[in-house]
Ligand binder design. Structure first.
Ligand code: NAD
Length: 358
């Protein structure tokens, strides 16, 4: 298989962690006989310094021409207060990338590796052998993209929450397809008892479910789901929800995985294209020291293999390699446990690459 991957190292620890994910993708390519071409581009603070804008036209064009994008992280104290706000890395680069590439589906897996159970804030009997939840969040609709207004006298304000049937259908299909690669269960969250958008959401998701008879569907009110995530997280496989609920619930679910350094994500559209990035930011406090945890970015590269390239065996191999290295006791500082073997960013990447080679 031949693929072009744009890499956006970005700022802070971005370049260090992207280098390790590229190391893993190169190892996968040579072990499984694929050809991956890497095209590095600028975005974020480093792009502002070099070109004056957070997302140069050539960077967006390169992403549009690629099969997938791997992003480290953008931002840092030097750029976070620039005026106007559209110049700031998160808004000017991240949101512009998601919008410019039409990425409407956000996947946030929250996996608690059994080796890191000690970092999970929940009681051992609630965790069992580990947790594996996938939040599928609609990313380009709902209240965040509706009308935002103040009344003329400034004494009231409103934000419009709006969803159309096609918007709900396409995200629902993504969730059912993701569930087919997992444990075949979708829990759809809404506020059906109060919101009209939620009634449309539930009707549409239920109708689409008929096309996926091998996947079980249940519906929960989002407030109940927020409680159930703490009370009994193992009941969940895929959680499907709209933009705002997903924003909040995916952060709650991510806490269960113990460390920010372990959390990957993917943003997808209808075709196979996707943008893959760790959930964490550019960690300026530890940048340049070679101590950042590259696992979230490596797992994001694994998601790229699975969701953009359809390479399940290769993606499974990456997940297994990460697990083996954790089993062997290797830890970066953020996930250090008693008796762990402390390693830096590059050594963690190399250990995972070695574990990929039988
Ligand atoms: P952050 O995620 O960068 O860091 C929070 C804490 O977690 C820090 O103590 C950091 O050292 C630690 N941490 C994060 N990733 C780590 C890793 N891989 N290994 C070890 N430790 C890790 O969040 P922040 O400090 O709030 O933001 C820093 C900058 O990142 C800001 O400029 C912010 O705007 C930006 N940001 C970017 C993204 C993105 O690019 N997607 C997301 C969030 C924040």
């Amino acid at each position: 298989m031949k693929k072009t991957i744009v890499t956006i190292p970005g700022d802070g620890i971005g370049p260090e962690i992207v280098a390790e994910a590229v190391k893993i993708l190169r190892t996968v390519a040579s072990r499984f006989g694929h050809e991956f071409e890497f095209v590095p581009v600028l975005a974020g603070g480093s792009a502002i310094d070099a070109t004056g804008v957070p997302l140069p036209r050539e960077s967006l064009d390169a992403c549009k021409a690629a099969d997938a994008v791997l992003l480290g992280a953008v931002g840092g104290p030097k750029w976070d207060n620039l005026q106007p706000a559209d110049l700031r890395p998160e808004r000017g680069a991240l949101l512009a990338l998601r919008g410019g590439l039409g990425l409407f589906c956000n996947l946030r897996p929250s996996v608690l590796q059994p080796q890191l159970k000690g970092s999970c804030p929940l009681r051992a009997d609630l965790i069992g052998d580990g947790l594996d939840i996938m939040v599928v969040r609609e990313l380009t609709g709902g209240i965040y993209f509706g009308e935002h207004r103040r009344s003329e006298d400034g004494q009231s304000a409103w934000d419009v929450m709006k969803y159309s049937v096609p918007e709900i259908e396409r995200i629902a299909r993504k969730a059912f397809e993701v569930a087919r690669r997992r444990r075949h269960k979708v829990t759809s969250l809404d506020k059906h008892n109060i919101l009209e958008t939620s009634r449309l959401w539930r009707e549409t998701v239920t109708r689409i479910a008929a096309d996926y008879p091998d996947v079980a569907l249940n519906h929960l009110y989002v407030d109940n789901a927020s409680m159930q995530l703490i009370r009994d997280p193992r009941q969940f496989d895929v959680i499907l929800t709209e933009n705002t609920f997903g924003d909040i619930l995916s952060d709650e679910a991510s806490m269960l995985a113990g460390s920010l350094g372990m959390l990957p994500s993917a943003s997808l559209r209808e075709d196979a294209f996707g943008l893959y990035e760790p959930v964490h930011g550019s960690a300026p406090d530890i940048a340049g020291r070679g101590v950042a945890n590259p696992i979230a970015t490596i797992l994001s590269a694994g998601m790229m293999l699975r969701y953009s390239f359809g390479l399940q065996t290769e993606a499974d191999a990456v997940d297994r390699a990460v697990s083996q290295v954790l089993d062997a006791g290797y830890r970066t500082g953020d996930i250090m446990t008693d008796g762990g073997l402390l390693v830096g960013t590059s050594e963690m990447g190399s250990r995972i690459a070695e574990a990929l080679i039988p």
